[in-house]
Structures are given as structure tokens and as C-alpha cells.
Design a protein around this ligand. Structure first.
Ligand code: ATP
Ligand code: MG
Length: 340
């Protein structure tokens, strides 16, 4: 990766080695869309605020998750960071540049993957597609070859380098897209749902790969995902956006603490029975012989008492998962009138 360093001319960059310098700085960032609706002559204009007053800083070396329900404004934010969309309010700087005005130059510093789309050439074998990417980003041939060899090994591309992109499976294509995004050794990787639709094995390959490039090369990663496994495995920090506004910015433990989610004891009784009543727990659901108890107290004591009073076939203790926390947070940030 260092081979390329002298080729970049970035007078606005901080001095090399400036650890934990901000790589993204968004201040009061906003994006409105004006929609024209209704029949001709009675057309009305309505403004949708996709992103409103969003401020955050991402520092070099961080892996930050950008979460939120459908339509929250995640992709719109990502598009403003990469220069595809121009903000209608506030400002954003990425790698010292203004994305919408310096899009081409910024493209040489960042890698972008939108999981829903590919940047590869559909009809070309993956290898040729990746060679074209080299020309696009003006990567010297030797540096390209070296990085391609490295990425081929890490992402196990060898078996399908000669396959036309259109014939690749989703997981293979995603590995190809990640390679294309990283061949020019960007300092920042912006990923919008990179694991969407992938099976468990492919997801895990991609997660481990992302951790590796973050740890070994210090690549900063901003990732949007609906897969909370991605978040738990990858992110030191998460930002939650809801209805265009930033609702949370912090570490996973803090996120968990924001929303009280009790541990749940799942009790399988030998036969159906009325809701279990035991001190330190609340039975929240009964389904045939199975009951769910929310624990307010020491599980060991509750388990002992349940086992003493009832004929138990099986017991499972469920830790609060990040999924529960995030969905509670989404619900919590929605105004009361809108809750379902
Ligand atoms: N080009 C556009 N024109 C009009 N409205 C748009 C446009 N792009 C996005 N929006 C609106 O902005 C809001 C935010 O959309 P965005 O795609 O940023 O959400 P998201 O958080 O990425 O959602 P998802 O999880 O479904 O991908 C939505 O209400 C969407 O309809
Ligand atoms: Mg999106």
C-alpha cells in the first residue's frame, strides 16, 4: 500500500502519522428532497427531509456502524459523504475535502461499496473488471498487481477471477466489489449494506476481512447494515439515525445501557400450566408448555425456585442481544403517536 503514497498529492491532508485525526467531519448536515405529487394542474410540492442536522466526527482507524430503520436516512448520508448527493444544509468534510465539489479527487482517497449495486463491469471477467478499476484510479501497475494478489488471497477470489461478473454469486460479487473498492489503497472505506443477502459463511468471511484491513492497515470503516451480527463483530462505535436525525452515538455497551433489556429465562415445562409466579421475574409470555420470564433478579435464585415449584423439561437463559436493544431504541425514538 505504501507504494502508492508518493503519487497522491494532498496538500490539505494532515501530516502523515497524525494518529486519530478526524477523517469525516459532518456539521449540521442535512438533505431535503422536494417531491412533486398529485395530478397535473393540481400538483403539489412536498419536502422530505431525509437527513436533518446530523453532526459527527469519525477518526482515522475507527470502525463505525451507521444504523437505523428503513428510510431513516442512512444511504442519503453515505451519498453525501461520497459526493453523490449535495447537502442542502450544513457541511461535511471527508479526508479534508468537500465531497460534492471534489468528488473525483476524493474517490482516490476512499473506497465505496453500495451492497445493492455493483461497480464491476457486468460482462467482463472479474479480473478484467478489476484491471479497469486500476486505470480509473490511476494505480501504478506494480502496486496494483501486489494489492490484487494480496486481496485475492484474503478474499479467496482465485477460483472465479476468470468468471464474468454476471455469473458470480452474490457473495462472490461482493468480494469482487470489495476488492475493486480497495485496490487503490483508500484510507476510508464506506460500506452501505455490504452483507445484504449473503449466507452466514460469506458474511463471516467479509467481517473477518474488514477487521483485518482495519487492524493491519488502519483503514477507517463506516458501515451501514441491518445485520446486527456485523455490528457486534465489527463496530467499536455505533451511530443510530432515525427519521433523519441522529438518535445515538456511542459504544455498544453504552447503547445497551440506553435501553433496559432484561435477560429472559425460557422455561419448558413438562405440560402446559398457568403463568409461573416467582419473585424476581415476570412471566411475559405463555405458549403451551413454554413460558418466557423476564428476570429482574439473580437468575440462579429464580431458576432454583422455578425448578422447585414446577416440573421443568428444559431451561434456557437468553442474554439481551443487540437486536433487541436496537429495535427498542428505534421504537423509543419514534414519537408516541406513531408507535404500532
Ligand atoms: N432521490 C430521492 N428522491 C426523493 N426522496 C428520496 C430520495 N432518496 C431518498 N429519499 C427519501 O429519503 C428518506 C431516506 O432514504 P434513505 O435511502 O437515505 O434511507 P435508508 O436509511 O438508507 O433506508 P434503507 O434502510 O431502506 O436503505 C426516505 O424517506 C426516502 O424515501
Ligand atoms: Mg439505504
Amino acid at each position: 500500500m505504501t507504494t502508492r503514497e508518493p503519487a497522491t498529492e494532498s496538500p490539505t491532508e494532515p501530516a502523515a502519522g497524525a494518529a486519530a485525526a478526524p477523517i469525516i467531519e459532518a456539521v449540521g448536515l442535512g438533505r431535503d428532497f422536494v417531491l412533486t405529487e398529485g395530478p397535473f394542474l393540481r400538483r403539489t410540492r412536498r419536502t422530505v427531509s431525509a437527513v436533518q442536522d446530523v453532526s459527527f466526527t469519525v477518526r482515522t482507524g475507527e470502525i463505525v456502524g451507521y444504523l437505523g430503520p428503513n428510510g431513516a436516512g442512512k444511504s442519503s448520508t453515505m451519498k453525501m459523504l461520497t459526493g453523490i448527493l449535495t447537502p442542502t444544509a450544513g457541511s461535511v468534510r471527508v479526508a479534508g475535502m468537500e465531497p460534492s465539489r471534489q468528488r473525483t479527487r476524493l474517490a482516490r482517497e476512499i473506497g465505496v461499496v453500495f451492497g445493492q449495486r455493483t461497480t464491476l463491469w457486468w460482462d467482463l471477467p472479474l479480473r478484467d473488471s478489476l484491471t479497469l478499476t486500476r486505470h480509473l484510479y490511476r494505480v501504478p501497475a506494480a502496486a496494483h498487481a501486489e494489492r490484487l494478489a494480496e486481496l485475492t488471497e484474503l478474499l479467496e477470489l482465485e477460483p472465479f477471477l476468470g468468471t464474468p461478473v454476471r455469473q458470480l454469486s452474490l457473495g462472490q460479487r461482493m468480494r469482487g466489489d470489495l476488492t475493486a473498492a480497495l485496490l487503490h489503497a483508500p484510507r476510508l472505506l464506506v460500506l452501505d449494506e455490504p452483507t445484504i443477502g449473503l449466507d452466514v459463511v460469506s458474511k463471516s468471511t467479509i467481517r473477518e476481512f474488514l477487521l483485518k484491513i482495519n487492524r493491519e492497515r488502519g483503514t477507517t470503516i463506516l458501515i451501514t447494515t441491518h445485520d446486527l451480527g456485523d455490528v457486534e463483530r465489527l463496530c467499536d462505535r455505533v451511530m443510530v439515525i432515525d427519521k433523519g436525525r441522529l438518535a445515538f452515538d456511542g459504544g455498544l455497551p453504552e447503547l445497551r445501557a440506553t435501553v433496559p433489556t432484561p435477560r429472559v429465562l425460557v422455561v419448558d415445562l413438562v405440560a402446559p400450566a398457568p403463568a409461573i409466579e416467582v419473585e424476581g421475574a415476570t412471566t411475559v409470555r405463555v405458549d403451551g408448555p413454554r413460558q418466557w420470564l423476564e428476570l429482574a433478579d439473580n437468575p440462579a435464585r429464580v431458576i432454583a425456585e422455578v425448578a422447585r415449584e414446577h416440573e421443568v423439561a428444559d431451561l434456557t437463559l437468553r442474554e439481551p442481544d443487540i437486536e433487541g436493544v436496537v429495535s427498542a431504541l428505534y421504537r423509543g425514538t419514534v414519537p408516541a403517536g406513531d408507535r404500532t
